[in-house]
Design a protein around this ligand. Structure first.
Ligand code: ASP
Length: 316
């Protein structure tokens, strides 16, 4: 019998208005997701680990300027880029995370180095960059991340105290109605039954004071445990941190015996009561069940199964 292995990716959740989506842009988003799925699939089909697969998929999305991670990341209030990422291995519960890095080409690769080659879980800022230099992780000039689209997004709100959650629809303050998220992530199950998850983001346009979201926080934006599931989130980071979303899903499965779909729905319903349209997540469990759950009108997402058949979706 064919061994089960599969991979899910996301490129952020939000109000992806059909009216502002051109056929070309939709094609570009979908092909970006397809390329990410293919990169992870290539590893999984040869019997490679889910950990390597999620790293590879997230790297492809970081390299794509359409998504708010790596190249194309949003601008901070100081016209800089501060990137966050994390990765977790469900087999060992080892994890690596970086926050607020400014010159790393692929933050997910640095998170992986931390997981593999340090005794730490999370490094931030200059220290993380020093670790990267010592471990041969590729560094870039800050101009590498620049895209005019993101710069224009910043200029629209730089003189206000508003934050903007990617993709340029509504301007928001934290806690107010907000509509777009462009973080990227992947979750996978490999042939050996191991789960892994990874997430990467530029955070929020116009963010200040070293603000860090949920994406690099193990248990909030990313979690993986072979006993339960692997989860990667996107959305209003503060809400996801407060609710420890990814770990909460795992806990409902572990302690309460819920299945993956029930656990994801329960948690997103809970979020919805606190913060409507706050985001979404992708998840997979040890038996290969998959789940896309979000309370926004859309989420860039896709999946690929062991037979090589892939699908991508944008709207709900
Ligand atoms: N969760 C990310 C953050 O709050 C944003 C996003 O998903 O786009 O930093």
């Amino acid at each position: 019998m064919e061994k089960k292995f599969r991979l899910l990716v996301h490129g952020g959740a939000g109000t992806i208005l059909k009216s502002s989506m051109t056929p070309q842009l939709e094609k570009d988003y979908r092909s970006g997701l397809e390329l990410a799925l293919a990169a992870g699939y290539q590893i999984l089909e040869k019997g490679g680990s889910s950990l390597l697969a999620v790293e590879a998929s997230v790297k492809v999305l970081e390299d794509n300027p359409l998504f708010n991670a790596g190249k194309g990341a949003v601008f901070t209030h100081d016209k800089k880029h501060e990137l966050d990422a994390s990765i977790m291995d469900g087999k060992t519960l080892k994890a690596g995370a970086v926050a607020g890095v400014t010159n790393i080409k692929n933050p997910v690769n640095l998170a992986m180095k931390i997981l593999r080659e340090s005794d730490y879980v999370m490094l931030c800022g200059e220290g993380a960059e020093k670790f990267a230099a010592q471990h041969g992780v590729k560094q870039v000039e800050s101009s590498y991340y620049f895209t005019d689209f993101r710069y224009q997004q910043l200029l629209q709100i730089i003189d206000t105290d508003k934050f903007q959650l990617d993709h340029n629809v509504k301007l928001t303050k934290v806690g107010e109605d907000n509509k777009k998220f462009g973080t990227v992530g992947a979750v996978a199950l490999d042939m050996d039954g191991n789960l892994a998850a990874a997430t990467s983001t530029g955070g929020l346009t116009n963010k200040r004071f070293g603000r860090i979201g949920d994406s690099p926080i193990i248990g909030a934006g990313t979690y993986a445990n072979n006993a339960t599931c692997a989860v990667s989130c996107t959305g209003q980071g503060e809400t996801f941190i407060r609710n420890v979303v990814a770990y909460d899903i795992s806990c409902l499965m572990e302690y309460k015996g819920l299945n993956l779909a029930e656990a994801c729905r329960f948690v997103v319903n809970k979020l919805n009561q606190q913060d409507p349209e706050c985001g979404g997540l992708i998840a997979i469990d040890k038996s290969g069940e998959i789940c896309f759950e979000f309370n926004t009108p859309g989420m860039y997402r896709g999946l690929i199964l062991e037979n090589g058949i892939s699908e991508t979706f944008i709207y709900s």
